[in-house]
Structure formats: structure tokens, C-alpha cells
Design a protein around this ligand. Structure first.
Ligand code: GTP
Length: 766
């Protein structure tokens, strides 16, 4: 469980929880840090004994961590585990630091002290939350004799176990001997256990477990799932050691990441994000910082936009994410990636705190990332830095001069003034963060941005967060994978390796990953491919189950429910001209708030690939004078893609427009009832062309409509004139029978043509 979740459930603030954790000597980084069940039990006690107004809400801790949370937890754990080992700080260090900014350092350090410690183990990531609140309370009743350390727990349990065995023996001497099943010394389980399952594992009756639970204040039935705490408590009661097996999925990076050896950790540059209100000068500042490097760096250092860049200040590096604004920052965080170490909040001195300034503050605070305020546009008339400071006090950003601990730097990014001070301050905060990584590990990090380049294929900017990335490394990136083919740094130079906090642009992936995706290098190429393919498969399944397919019939419903703002359409037509005409007409359809997006147009029969494309992008397929081939038909059925065959442009427009407006006439629907293959043709002067056919599918009826299809393209649509078996007129001819067909006013029938019979059928709507 994460700290903020605990805080929310207990009606308190993350800060308060972090404080309590501090008192408990549990080191955590921030509100996103996960805490173990044991810690939660301790916290519950703390809050209960404090009686400080925070109410533990019984039953509120019920929920088990959702799977998406799991993923997030897991995603973050990698980064956090590094910190776990590295970020223990020595308080003395600050005093020893002769830096002139000592005071500010101390303040900043204090402010961020929570942000540098961490205790997370892989195991804890998968732990479930207590199903009830009583269990921890019950544990309190036991006298709080449970120590945090597993070792001790184990010992305690073993003692109890022995005691329990002794009791058993004593009992046995006093009463008639009964066959008693032996209580195991240890049980293991993975997901959850019901009362009955636990009883079976313990060789007990379910009623015995229920009784124990009652003593602990929990009413349970035998089919009820027990949470980890309850399982632990019950086992403890019986003196049985219990172990929960953590099953990491094969697709989890955590499964393949080694713990870093402390001795191998070295300092790494801080990763900085620039945030602030629109037009306050984020881009100008980023340019100005980059420019510092170009002018001071070696010749030819022309920076190239790869989504992030590094500058060197006093021989030390800083990494800047080159996407100003908090949108990128938040979208990455929402994907579980925390790449930013320090946030620079740009506030224009003449404009002051604006809505996006506040948003940016909130985002940085939520991520517990230290903030440095850059008061920009100081050259402007009307610049009023005091006002900015004043306004920011409302958001707990209080300058050092006023007794706070926030660093403010006045600047004019436009004139490159104040850049050095800002870099110096960033360096200072970075030092205090004691950011470390292990350059010897297999590289791990996050995708900053990615795109499909026409010439080079998928191109991704990766920020290495741990380890060193090398050319030709086998890497899994999000749900894509490959081998690093080329690697280019922020100066556009080819490099062979990239150390922690370095952004590099790589090629060689099999697909385009998403910004915020994490990557991991594998020493074993085979394993890399295996994990990559598994993740790709998982991703496909996840997106499939997430998206409901669009069909023309329920278009209006989906639009109404606000599910669709864009309708994706794939057009296949007999000729390019019709495809284009149809596309442009469809794009002109104007229904409030909803747009048509043609994602693909093509000429020829509807192929399986068209269906797959439509399925992947949740699109409708319109076949204009063309039909789906056999594979496409099958695919459309399995993928549940709506394929709409049409012959007249305005009808298509009408149908889609009507569907969009919810006016789709649902009364009749065309239904193809059968298909016949033309095997021979006979020209009879009085009658015209008779097609000697073989019914390959369904049936052909005398009164059905007929379509002549040649190589997947509809050549003609009309009515059947005569339908004969030998010399007799018949009403219908079934599959696998031969027949003779003539079409009303149409004679251009050739061997190999397909005749498709259809009827208009009333459809029942629900
Ligand atoms: N006078 C003055 N103008 C500045 C300064 N910094 C930026 N500007 C101007 O302010 C305007 C906005 O700057 P940007 O850097 O584009 O601001 P931004 O925050 O990146 O804006 P968005 O990208 O739209 O969010 C531009 O016209 C800059 O030239 C400065 O220090 N002094």
C-alpha cells in the first residue's frame, strides 16, 4: 500500500503518516512509497494511541491493491530500490560542508529529508491489504509482542509452536487419546486463502479458525477470503510459521533486476523538469540553459532535440527534460515513471502566480520533488519579485530570507541573466539529494519520447536511470524490444554507451514505445526476446479488453455516452478515386463534438490486414464496391469489426451521419444468404448469358438480389432473372448443387465470377 493511500483511508495527510513512519524508524521517500503490512499494523497502533484526531476507519482498509496499482508499484520499485540502498544520509555531512549556502542546504535538506530514504522490498509490492481493520487491532490486543524483523517473528512462532506441542501432549495425557492431525510447522500460500483453505493447511477444522477469528473480533464464514494479516494472526495463534510466496509475473522487470551492490553506487546527475504557467518563459529558459552549454562547450556542440539534454556546470552534470510544462511530467508519473529529481518553477515577475503555476506546484508536491523557483522576466518593467514571493507563500513556498526553505532565483532568461545562479542552486539541491546509481548494472530507465521515423524506424529517447546502456544491448522497452542499433547523445554525436541520468536516442526496436514506458537491458538476448514478446502479447490483450469495438449500430450510444470523440474509419474501394471521394465526404460530416478520422484508405478487396488494422484502432470498415475475402470475413467475425459494404457514396454518408446522430434506421438489413461460383457460361441469343454455377456457400433463391463479384470487386448489382436446375425453374438451390442463373439486364458474366445472393431482412432491435 502506498503512503498516500494509507493517509486517505485514515483521514490524515501523507505528511503526518511520513512523520509517524519516521518515529517508527521506517525510512520512506515520499507519499508514493509503499509500506509493508507490518508497517501498516504499527502505523495503525500509532494512530490509535496518539488519538490525534486521525480516525482509523474500520473496514476502510478492505480493498486489496488493484492490479493496476500493482503494476505501478512494480514499475517504481526498480528506481526506488536503488535509493533504498543509496540514499541513507548522514546528518553530519551537512555541517561539514563548507559551502557558503550551508543554511539553505540545511533547510532544503530538511524539507526533502523524507524524499531520500526508502524501504521497499520486492516482496512487499505484491502484498495484499488487510481485509478488515479488526485484525491489526486484534494483534494489538496480543500485547504488541511482534517485532518487525522476520527472524524474530519466526523465533516467536517456533517457541509458540513448541509450547503448543507441549500443550497438546499434556492434553493428551488427561483425555482419551484422539487421533489428532499434526499441525504443520510452516505453511505457504500465494494469493489469498479462505477460512476453509487455511483450516485445511493447518489441519484444523474451519470452525476452530472461525472461533479464533471471533476472539480477534472478526466474524467470518468459512468461504470468506482472509487477508494477509488475518492469516498471519491465525497461524501465530497455532504457532505455525507462515510465508507468503510472491509471484512476480514473467513480464515484470522486477523479476530480472538485480539488487545493486552498495559499493558500486556512484553519484549521478540530477534530472530537472522546468514547469510553470504558459508564457512565463519555460522554453526560453531551457534554450538559455542549453545555450550556456553550446557557448562554453567544445566547438561544434550543436544541441539536437532528443527530448532531454545535459549541461555541465563546475565540472558536474545536470540533465534537463526538454519538454516544458507539467503535462509530460504528469503523464509520465501516471505511467508509474518518476524521472524528475528537481522541479524548476518558472514564474514571470510581472505576472505572478497564475493557474498553471499552482498546478505545477501541486504536481511537484504530489511527487515530493524539491522545487526551485525561478522568478523570470526580471528585466521587464513592472517586474515585482516580492509579489511573486508573497503569492507563493500561500503554497508553502517560502523564501529563505523569510524563514522558509525554498530557493528563489531571480532571472531574465531572455537575456541569459541568472542562469549561472540557477545552475548553481540546482547543483546544490542535487548534492543534497545524494542521487546515486550503479553504472555497472544492466541499464534500466524510462522512455522520454518516441516516434516512428520514416528512414530509421522506431526511434526512442531513453533516460538511463541505472546501469549503463551500450550499443548492441538487448533491451525490452515497454512492450517493444530489440537490440540497440545506434545511440546518439543530445549533441547529435554517436556514442557507444550511456551512463546513469544520460538521455540518448536509440534505434533498433521492433515497435514504437510510449513516453513513460520503462526499459531494461538483458544480458541474455534470448531472454530479452522472450520477455519482450510476452510483454507485447500482454499489452495487446490489455488494450483489446480495454476497448469496446465500434459498430455503426451503436455509434450514437457511444457518442452519447461521451465515449467517442473521434470515429475511426477504414475505407476500401474499387478505385482510388472513389476511396478519396468517400474519405473527403466523410470527413466533412459535422456532428457536434465528433470527428471522423479516416485511418486508412486502399484499393481492392477487404483483406484480413484491413480488419486487423480496424480492430487495433477501433474502426469501422467501409467497403465501397468491394467485399471482404474469406480470411477478412473470418477475422471480422472474431475481432468483432463492423464491415459495411456500400455501392453509393451518398448512402455511406447518410448511414454514418444518421448513425452519428442516432437516426440510424434499424428496420432492414441486408443479409447475404449464399454464394455461387460461375463455372461455365452459355450465350443464348434470345436469353443472354446463362451462368452455369455451383453453389459454394448458403443458398441462392429466385427472389434474392444478386451481386457479381470479379476478383473481389463488385461489378454489378441487380436481380436474378431465372434460376434453374437442369431445365426446371426452381425457387432455391442449396449449397453443393449446380444451377443455371441469369441476371436481369446483365450479360457480362465470366467464368470464375462470384455471384452473391442477398435478401433484405428485418432486424430485431433490442
Ligand atoms: N522580457 C523578457 N521576456 C521573456 C523572458 N523570458 C521569456 N520571455 C518572453 O516571454 C514569452 C514567452 O516565453 P516562452 O519561453 O515561450 O514561455 P513558455 O513558458 O515556454 O510558454 P509556453 O511554451 O507557451 O508554455 C516569449 O515572447 C519570450 O521571449 C525574459 O526574461 N524577459
Amino acid at each position: 500500500m502506498r503512503i498516500y493511500e494509507y493517509a486517505r483511508q485514515n483521514n490524515t495527510t501523507s505528511k503526518e503518516v511520513i512523520q509517524q513512519l519516521k518515529n517508527l524508524d521506517v525510512d520512506v521517500k515520499n507519499h508514493m512509497s509503499t509500506i509493508s503490512i507490518d508497517t501498516i499494523v504499527e502505523l495503525d497502533k500509532k494512530f490509535a494511541s496518539n488519538g490525534n484526531g486521525t480516525k482509523s476507519k474500520p473496514g476502510n482498509n478492505n480493498q486489496q491493491i488493484s492490479s493496476s496499482n500493482h503494476n505501478k508499484n512494480k514499475n517504481e520499485s526498480g528506481q526506488r530500490m536503488n535509493k533504498q540502498q543509496t540514499n541513507k544520509k548522514s546528518n553530519n555531512q551537512n555541517q561539514e560542508n563548507p559551502n557558503k549556502k550551508k543554511a539553505s542546504q540545511e533547510q532544503q535538506k530538511q524539507a526533502n529529508s523524507n524524499a531520500n530514504k526508502k524501504q521497499v522490498t520486492q516482496g512487499q509490492q505484491k502484498q495484499t491489504r488487510p481485509n478488515n481493520k479488526q485484525a491489526p487491532q486484534g494483534q494489538q490486543k496480543q500485547g504488541g509482542n511482534q517485532k518487525r524483523q522476520d527472524q524474530q517473528k519466526k523465533k516467536g512462532r517456533q517457541n509458540k509452536n513448541q509450547q503448543h506441542k507441549r500443550n497438546n501432549r499434556n492434553n493428551n495425557t488427561n483425555t482419551a487419546p484422539k487421533p489428532v492431525k499434526k499441525t504443520p510447522e510452516k505453511i505457504t500460500y500465494s494469493e489469498t486463502l479462505t477460512v476453509e483453505e487455511l483450516a485445511a493447511k493447518l489441519n484444523k477444522e474451519a470452525s476452530e479458525i472461525i472461533k479464533k477469528l471471533m476472539f480477534l473480533g472478526v466474524m467470518a464464514t468459512k468461504n470468506q477470503d482472509l487477508d494477509d494479516d488475518a492469516v498471519e494472526l491465525i497461524c501465530d495463534e497455532f504457532g505455525v510459521e507462515v510465508e507468503k510466496e510472491i509471484i512476480l509475473e514473467d513480464t515484470d522487470f522486477d523479476k530480472y533486476r538485480d539488487q545493486d551492490d552498495k559499493a558500486e553506487l556512484v553519484e549521478r546527475p540530477a534530472v530537472v523538469t522546468i514547469m510553470g504557467h504558459v508564457d512565463h518563459g519555460k522554453t526560453t529558459l531551457l534554450d538559455a540553459i542549453r545555450h550556456t552549454k553550446v557557448t562554453e562547450g567544445e566547438a561544434g556542440g550543436i544541441t539536437q532535440h532528443i527530448g532531454a539534454y545535459q549541461v555541465e556546470n563546475d565540472g558536474r552534470k545536470l540533465t534537463f527534460l526538454d519538454t516544458p510544462g507539467h503535462a509530460a511530467f504528469t503523464s509520465m508519473r501516471s505511467r508509474g515513471a518518476q524521472v524528475t529529481d528537481i522541479a524548476v518553477l518558472v514564474v514571470a515577475a510581472d505576472d505572478g502566480v497564475m493557474p498553471q503555476t499552482v498546478e505545477a506546484i501541486n504536481h511537484a508536491k504530489a511527487a515530493e520533488v524539491p522545487i526551485i523557483v525561478a522568478v523570470n522576466k526580471m528585466d521587464k518593467e513592472g517586474a515585482n519579485p516580492d509579489r511573486v514571493m508573497q503569492e507563493l507563500t500561500e503554497y508553502e513556498l517560502i523564501p529563505e530570507d523569510w524563514g522558509g526553505n525554498t530557493i528563489f532565483v531571480n532571472m531574465a532568461a531572455f537575456k541569459h541573466e541568472g542562469i549561472d545562479s540557477l545552475l548553481e542552486m540546482l547543483q546544490l539541491v542535487s548534492e543534497m539529494e545524494e542521487l546515486k546509481a550503479n553504472p555497472k548494472a544492466n541499464a534500466f530507465g524510462t522512455v522520454i519520447e518516441a516516434e516512428l521515423d520514416k528512414g530509421r524506424g522506431p526511434v526512442a529517447t531513453l533516460l538511463v536511470q541505472n546501469g549503463t546502456l551500450h550499443v548492441s544491448d538487448s533491451v525490452v522497452v515497454g512492450s517493444t524490444f530489440g537490440r540497440v542499433r545506434t545511440m546518439v547523445n543530445d549533441e547529435g554525436k554517436r556514442v557507444q554507451s550511456a551512463e546513469p541520468s544520460t538521455p540518448v536516442e536509440i534505434t533498433g526496436l521492433n515497435d514504437v514505445p510510449q513516453a513513460g514506458d520503462q526499459f531494461l537491458v538483458f544480458s541474455d538476448e534470448k531472454k530479452s526476446r522472450q520477455v519482450g514478446e510476452a510483454r507485447q502479447q500482454k499489452h495487446i490483450q490489455e488494450t483489446r479488453s480495454e476497448t469496446t469495438k465500434v459498430s455503426v449500430d451503436d455509434l450514437f450510444e457511444q457518442i452519447k455516452q461521451g465515449e467517442m470523440k473521434e470515429i475511426n474509419i477504414v475505407i476500401k474501394a474499387d478505385v482510388q478515386g472513389s476511396a478519396e471521394a468517400l474519405a473527403s465526404s466523410l470527413e466533412k460530416i459535422d456532428v457536434e463534438g465528433v470527428k471522423i478520422k479516416i485511418i486508412h484508405t486502399g484499393v481492392g478487396a477487404i483483406k484480413e490486414s484491413d480488419i486487423i488494422l480496424a480492430s487495433a484502432s477501433n474502426a469501422i470498415v467501409i467497403g465501397f464496391n468491394v467485399r471482404p475475402d474469406v480470411n477478412a470475413k473470418k477475422a471480422a467475425e472474431t475481432e468483432k469489426v463492423d464491415v459495411r459494404p456500400h455501392r453509393i457514396i451518398y448512402k455511406v454518408i447518410e448511414e454514418i451521419e444518421a448513425a452519428m446522430k442516432g437516426m440510424l434506421d434499424p428496420e432492414y438489413e441486408e443479409k447475404v444468404i449464399g454464394q455461387a461460383e460461375v463455372r461455365e457460361t452459355f450465350k443464348v441469343s434470345r436469353i443472354g448469358t446463362i451462368a452455369g454455377c455451383y453453389v459454394t456457400e448458403g443458398k441462392i433463391t429466385r427472389d434474392s438480389g444478386v451481386r457479381l463479384i470479379r476478383e473481389g470487386v463488385v461489378q454489378f448489382e441487380g436481380e436474378i432473372d431465372t434460376l434453374k436446375r437442369y431445365k426446371d425453374d426452381v425457387k432455391e438451390v442449396a449449397q453443393n448443387y449446380e444451377c443455371g442463373i441469369t441476371i436481369k439486364s446483365f450479360n457480362d458474366i465470366k467464368e470464375g465470377d462470384i455471384l452473391e445472393a442477398f435478401v433484405m431482412e428485418e432486424i430485431k432491435r433490442t
